[in-house]
Design a protein. Structure first.
Length: 152
């Protein structure tokens, strides 16, 4: 090995120095791999949190957690059912496709949005329900039963 490195005109340090350099680079490589694994774990955890939150929001829509939004969803589903009953699905898909592909021509500066995701973002998830619960008043600290401090 010394012959190969000598032919490349590289000075070979003593064996102990080579071992220390290799171990430092291995430690740095191991730490980089560890940080990369931690970043992947955090991103996977965030994605799983979003998926769980999405499912909880759907559940809370049909649990009547927010009655107005639940009524709105029920009315929209009923209207969609009646439309599907009277108009064939082929025509609905045709109109939807024409609308989708000509949207940029009709209004080029419009911002794209998804109405279903906008609706579900207004429904609270289970974590939000716990965070925004109304706090119950402690009966031992009611303002009407305060002791007056009269140094009498």
């Amino acid at each position: 090995m010394k012959q190969i490195l000598a032919s490349c005109s590289v000075k070979i340090p003593e064996d102990n120095e080579v071992f220390i350099l290799v171990s430092d680079s291995e430690k740095k490589g191991f730490m980089n791999k560890l940080y990369a694994i931690q970043e992947v774990c955090v991103s996977v955890q965030n994605v799983l949190d979003e998926v769980a939150s999405f499912g909880e929001r759907i559940k809370n829509t049909f649990n009547w957690t927010v009655p107005f939004l639940s009524w709105l969803a029920i009315v929209a589903l009923c209207v969609f059912t009646v439309i599907l009953y009277f108009i064939p699905l082929r025509y609905i898909v045709l109109v939807w496709g024409i609308n989708k592909f000509t949207k940029k021509l009709r209004s080029p500066y419009a911002i794209d949005n998804n109405e279903l995701l906008d609706f579900l973002s207004r429904v609270p998830s289970d974590v939000q329900m716990v965070q925004y619960q109304e706090l119950k008043q402690d009966p031992t600290h009611s303002p009407s039963k305060r002791k007056k401090n009269n140094p009498g």
